[in-house]
Write a protein that binds this ligand. Structure first.
Ligand code: FAD
Length: 413
């Protein structure tokens, strides 16, 4: 059978795939996106950081996102027992966007994909990459149409893998590498939150609540604009032992153990079965190779605690699209020094704070009552997603800076 010839194939129409495809199309390239599912489809990852809107804007989709009625988000609030700490993204060290959104991902991802289509990108839904061949002069992908099981092949100059947890190229090219984070597990649901406007609760922030006794256990509460909230708990897989037969009961028990969160949710209507995801942290041996580059979660996923996933996904998409445009224009591109190394620099900054969250040192900083405002503004930049701004000392030297600061802020046991 005939092999279809295309210029660029993007695997997956999630945020990384949709942004990369639109950016390449805007530069005049032929792009085919192959997406296994039919949209709208559920995805976890509902709280966005401000920095990701820079890429939405670059891809010409900002107005559509602004018009969609998503919940505005201006920052993050943290709560542990009676302690609280708030960061407002409009007051931060790095210049850049101060507001963003909390989104039902089924709607957000569909909007981005539709926007890419409006710009001329071809997206084929319910078509799955099942095999790849990178041994010839150019990459060749085997695609299966889910509707009729038909299989066909596409040859192209370059493949961008935005397949997220599908991790298509890492699996098929043996690039997978275990993450060095312990296996954590998240239970989550959506509730009709019925949080009274008079309660003082700020819908324009994500609420991160630390469990009162188990400091490595935390909850997200992400309010949407429709009176509902996403609620989840994250804990080391071992913390669920003996309590996980009934996921609804298990999540409710964790919430009941946490008085400040129980108060927020006291009138909530639990109307959606609790779901789980575990072992989501992942890594790869390399981010690129001849004829391909990995985007977003297909490459690496750290941890949900600072909502960095979509921002990293879009940043990688923007960087890869820019480099690929140059390469297809005849320039020589060094994907290691121009893509992998600079992308990882920001990811590693996030990583230092994720590690500090779970070992307690970054929590000591966040919950410290008298932190210097200038330092809080630098931390706030990272929480807003600006983890690539090397002028921020907490980005340039995350581990050392965090260690010094944590020593200053350490709480008595
Ligand atoms: P995805 O959004 O996963 O899209 C990948 C697409 O590829 C999917 O549509 C899939 O159907 C398609 N695909 C897969 N396999 C194939 C195949 N073989 N062929 C064709 N198509 C395929 N991030 C945040 O920014 N904020 C948060 O608050 C947040 N919370 C999180 C909470 C938890 C518990 C977890 C685990 C993650 C969270 N994340 C969060 C991370 C976020 O979910 C991801 O980082 C983000 O969705 C990555 O986008 P992506 O485009 O790389 O992949």
């Amino acid at each position: 059978p005939e092999v279809e010839q295309r210029r660029i194939v993007v695997i997956g129409a999630g945020p990384s795939g949709a942004i990369a495809a639109a950016l390449l199309k805007r530069n005049g390239h032929d792009v085919l996106v192959l997406e296994r599912q039919r949209f709208p489809r559920f995805s976890i990852g509902e709280s966005l950081l401000s920095h990701c809107l820079d890429f939405v804007e670059e891809a010409g989709m900002l107005e559509a996102v602004q018009a969609a009625g998503f919940q505005t988000k201006h920052g993050a609030a943290f709560a542990w027992g009676e302690r609280t700490s708030e960061f407002d993204f409009r007051d931060k060290f790095t210049a850049g966007k101060g507001s963003t959104y909390q989104v039902v991902r089924a709607d957000f991802d569909k909007l981005l994909a539709d926007q890419a289509e409006l710009q001329g990108v071809e997206i084929r839904y319910e078509e799955e990459i099942v095999a790849t061949d990178f041994s010839g002069a150019c990459p060749c992908l085997t695609v299966r149409r889910l509707a009729d099981g038909q299989v066909y092949r596409v040859e192209c100059a370059f493949v961008l893998d935005g397949s997220g947890y599908g991790r298509v190229l890492p699996r098929l090219l043996d690039l997978e590498q275990p993450s060095n984070f312990p296996v954590r597990r998240a239970l989550f649901t959506h509730v009709e939150d019925r949080i009274a406007p008079t309660s003082g609760f700020d819908r324009e922030k994500i609420l991160i609540t630390t469990h009162p006794e188990l400091r490595d256990v935390w909850f997200w509460t992400i309010p949407f604009s429709n009176g509902r909230s996403s609620l989840g708990v994250v804990a080391d897989a071992t913390r669920y032992a003996g309590h996980d037969a009934d996921l609804d009961a298990c999540l409710k028990r964790f919430v009941a153990d946490t008085p400040s969160l129980s108060r927020v949710l006291e009138h909530a209507r639990w109307d959606t079965p609790v779901r789980e995801i575990h072992g989501y942290s992942a890594n790869v041996k390399r981010l690129h190779g001849p004829g391909f580059a990995l985007l977003g979660n297909a490459a690496e996923f750290l941890d949900p605690v600072f909502s960095s996933g979509v921002t990293i996904a879009m940043r990688s998409a923007s960087m890869a699209a820019g480099l690929l445009h140059r390469q297809l224009g005849g320039e020589t591109v060094d994907w290691e020094t121009e893509f992998a190394v600079p992308l990882k620099r920001g990811v590693d900054a996030f990583r230092a704070y994720v590690e500090g969250w779970y070992d307690g040192s970054f929590q000591d900083v966040i919950y410290h009552e008298n932190a210097a405002p200038e330092i809080r503004r630098m931390i706030c930049s990272i929480l807003a997603g600006y983890a690539w701004d090397e002028r921020n000392p907490y980005v340039a030297e995350p581990k050392r800076r965090l260690r010094v600061l944590a020593e200053l802020c350490a709480q008595p046991a």
